[in-house]
Design a protein around this ligand. Structure first.
Ligand code: ZN
Length: 449
């Protein structure tokens, strides 16, 4: 089968350069044990985590999971079960969402303390080799999202009934967003989200849904003036950034307002919003007497974290969802204002006990949840260079979520001919662990504008 293969470690260039992926013919994955299934991806997203992996960023995966190379990237998958043996509910031909969390049990270990607590995303054995072989470790033998087949355990699947491919491929990004919102132990009403990509947008929509009365400001440009032009030059059809379109879309998702500008200008806007006094001209940003209750940083750069810290009131919370690595920061506000910093990088089971992906499935099935306009570009695997350049350029290329698509899947063609994708009610065909979040979710998310 065809797959986009990320080469061995020595061929991955640190700090940029062309990503070392190539389209190769590799053997189809084979299930290593009962319960494992082969999924043919219909759509697979290109995530910032994938791009970090390609660049060999230090932020790619500092504490695991182990990434044995060569491997096939791609974990944002909606697809069709192609082979299922020894499964409880997953059957061949079934459309599924993939939750990319492989904990101890399905990899053949006795549960570590985190897996025993249901937090498989924080598994302490992620770097250890599975006795089931490399197929269970994410190596080449397991395939991957950027290929024509991948190996997944049934426990990592959820039925995609009633969820279109273009919504289903957002499952991982939505789970990441929901988890980030829940990392804020809410105190207060005013929050800001820094970013502009898929996770930022879904985070705004998730905030609106979980906290319908919260006031959300989105800060789309906090990186300072020097944005990388290196990757943008490769784009075939570079567009000017449609600032009004971006702002309009964010307001539709639930933002009360959208700010652009220098960090100093953003702090001025915030001072006006919360009627703050400027105490002094601090370094590098002015110090205000009050500020926002929480800031969600989807960028994780020195500029965005510095801005986030400056915008918070005393005892406010900064949730860092972006892939921050080594940053040079002034931490004085952290202790002087008793701020809380919460990291958010995954998802799995939320504090109330429900599975993040159960909420994902429920929200994506609900046609009123705004997620239809986020997939902006689809490419076949062989156009991967353009696809990766477009995803890396993001807003500068008019791109939000860029995906690989499988136009030739016979299963997908047959399914489309038989049953058009329409939202359907819950038919009871739900796997174990699927707990409803309905009681926690308020439905008046459209009341704000
Ligand atoms: Zn574990």
């Amino acid at each position: 089968m065809r797959a986009l293969v990320l080469g061995a470690a020595s061929s991955v260039r640190r700090g940029g350069g062309p990503p070392r992926v190539s389209l190769q013919e590799i053997p189809r994955p084979r299930p290593p044990a009962p319960g494992w299934v082969v999924v043919r991806p219909s759509l697979t997203g290109i995530a910032s985590a994938d791009l970090a992996l390609l660049r060999a960023d230090e932020a790619a995966a500092p504490v695991g999971p182990r990434q044995p190379l060569p491997m096939v990237p791609g974990s944002e998958v909606v697809g069709v079960v192609e082979m299922a043996r020894g499964t409880r509910w997953a059957s061949e031909g079934q459309r599924v969402l993939v939750e990319p969390n492989a904990g101890c049990v399905i990899r053949g270990f006795s549960p570590c303390s985190r897996c025993a607590a249901g937090e498989t995303e924080l598994c302490e054995n992620r770097d250890r080799l599975s006795s089931l072989g490399t197929a269970a470790d994410g190596g080449l033998a397991s395939g991957g999202g950027w290929s024509e087949a991948m190996l997944v355990h049934e426990e990592m699947l959820l039925p995609a009934d009633g969820i279109s491919d273009q919504r289903g491929v957002l499952g991982v990004a939505l789970a990441t967003a929901i988890h980030a919102v829940l990392r804020w132990n809410r105190r207060g009403d005013r929050v800001a989200v820094i970013g502009s990509g898929t996770t930022t947008r879904l985070l705004v929509a998730a905030l609106r849904r979980l906290h319908p009365d919260v006031d959300i400001t989105v800060i789309v440009d906090a990186r300072g003036p020097q944005r990388s032009g290196r990757r943008r030059r490769k784009l075939p059809n570079r567009l000017a950034v449609d600032e009004r379109g971006v702002a309009g879309a964010l307001v539709e998702l639930g933002a009360a307002r959208v700010w652009r500008g220098s960090p100093e200008q953003i702090v001025d806007h915030a001072a006006e919003l919360v009627s703050a006094r400027r105490l002094r001209q601090g370094m590098p940003l002015p110090v205000l007497d009050r500020g926002l209750d929480a800031v969600f940083d989807c960028r994780g750069t020195a500029a965005s974290v510095t801005l986030g810290l400056a915008l918070l009131r005393s005892a406010g919370t900064l949730v860092v969802s972006g892939r921050a690595a080594r940053l040079e920061l002034d931490w004085s506000a952290l202790w002087a204002r008793e701020l809380t910093i919460a990291g958010s990088g995954g998802f799995g089971r939320e504090p109330a006990g429900w599975r993040t992906f159960a909420a994902v499935r429920e929200w994506l099935t609900d046609a009123t949840f705004p997620a239809d306009s986020l997939v902006t570009h689809r490419y076949p695997l062989d156009a991967f260079e353009t696809a990766l350049a477009t995803a890396a350029a993001g807003e500068a290329a008019g791109a939000i979520k860029v995906v690989f698509e499988d136009p030739s899947s016979p299963l997908r063609r047959r399914r489309l001919a038989e049953e058009p994708e329409e939202p359907a009610g819950d038919d009871g065909d739900t796997p174990l662990l699927l707990a409803s979040t309905a009681a926690r979710v308020r439905r008046d998310d459209e009341a704000q504008s």
